[in-house]
Design a protein around this ligand. Structure first.
Ligand code: 13P
Length: 254
C-alpha cells in the first residue's frame, strides 16, 4: 500500500558527531510534535554513520534507516564497495538508487542501476529509485519522454512482486540544490504521468499502490502545498534534512 513518506538524504554532509546530534534532535522533536499522522520517516546518512544512527532511531516507530547507494555485487574483491547485505545487516530498510548525482558524477546508467536494484531487492532492501529531467530536457519539452525511458530501462524489468517494494522519487535535476522548486502543478503533472506509466507496465493496482516522492529544493515553506497534490506522497529532502527544525516542519506538513 502506498504511504506518506519523508526521506532525508544527507548526501556527503556532517561528521559522525554532528550526524548523531542531528538525528537525536530530529527524533526528539518529531516524537514531541508529530502526532496523529502516519507519515514514515527515512533517514539516509553516509555509510560510516549508518550502524550508530540506526541504533539511535526509536524501535517500532515511524523512523527507518536508509542508505544512499549500494553495490550491484553481492560480495568479494570489490575494494571500496558496500553491498546490500552489509546495509541490511546494520539495520537499513531502504536504499536510494539512481540519484541524479550518482548518474552524473559516477556515470551510473540504467543498465547498472537495474543490477543494483536486483541486488537490493534480493536482500530485502526497499529501493527509493530516482528519476528526473535536466533543465535542457524540460525546455526541449522532452520531460515525459525522458522520464518514460528512465522508468522503462531502469525499473520496469522488475517482476510485479519486486516492483511492489519500490518507492519512486521524482527529482527534476534543475530543482536539486538550486532553491528552484518545481511548482506543485509541475510536480503533480509528472507524478500523475509516472503513475500512468506504472499502470501500463504493470496494472492499475500497482499504480495506485506505488509511493511517489518529490525531491528538489523542498522545504518547510513549500512542503504542504507539494504534499497536498493527489499524486505526491511525500518528499526526498536534501539540504533541508540537515536542519532539525526544517526537517521536522516538513514531516509535520502532512
Ligand atoms: P535538495 O533538497 O537539497 O534540493 O536535494 C534534493 C535531493 O537531491 C534529495 O535527494
Amino acid at each position: 500500500m502506498r504511504k506518506n513518506l519523508v526521506a532525508g538524504n544527507w548526501k556527503m554532509n556532517t561528521t559522525y558527531q554532528d550526524g548523531l546530534a542531528l538525528v537525536s534532535e530530529i527524533t526528539n522533536m518529531v516524537q514531541d510534535e508529530v502526532t496523529g499522522s502516519d507519515v514514515e520517516v527515512v533517514i539516509c546518512p553516509p555509510f560510516p554513520f549508518l550502524a550508530a544512527i540506526g541504533k539511535q532511531l526509536p524501535e517500532n516507530s515511524r523512523f527507518h534507516l536508509g542508505a544512499q547507494n549500494c553495490s550491484q555485487k553481492e560480495s568479494g574483491a570489490y575494494t571500496g564497495e558496500v553491498s546490500a547485505r552489509m546495509l541490511q545487516s546494520v539495520g537499513c530498510e531502504y536504499v536510494i538508487l539512481g540519484h541524479s548525482e550518482r548518474r552524473q558524477y559516477f556515470r551510473e546508467d540504467n543498465e547498472l542501476l537495474s543490477q543494483k536494484l536486483k541486488a537490493a531487492l534480493a536482500t530485502g532492501l526497499k529501493p527509493i529509485f530516482c528519476v528526473g529531467e535536466s533543465l535542457e530536457t524540460r525546455e526541449a519539452d522532452d520531460t515525459f519522454k525522458f522520464i518514460s525511458q528512465q522508468l522503462q530501462e531502469g525499473l520496469f524489468h522488475l517482476s510485479n512482486e519486486e516492483f511492489d517494494q519500490v518507492v519512486i522519487a521524482y527529482e527534476p535535476i534543475w530543482a536539486i540544490g538550486t532553491g528552484k522548486t518545481a511548482t506543485s502543478a509541475q510536480a503533480q503533472e509528472v507524478h500523475a504521468y509516472i503513475r500512468e506509466q506504472i499502470a501500463q507496465a504493470y496494472d492499475a493496482e500497482a499504480a495506485l499502490n506505488t509511493t511517489i516522492l518529490y525531491g528538489g529544493s523542498a522545504n518547510a515553506q513549500n512542503a504542504r502545498e507539494l504534499f497536498s497534490q493527489p499524486d505526491v506522497d511525500g518528499g526526498l529532502i536534501g539540504g533541508a534534512s540537515l536542519k532539525s527544525r526544517d526537517f521536522t516542519d516538513i514531516i509535520k506538513s502532512f
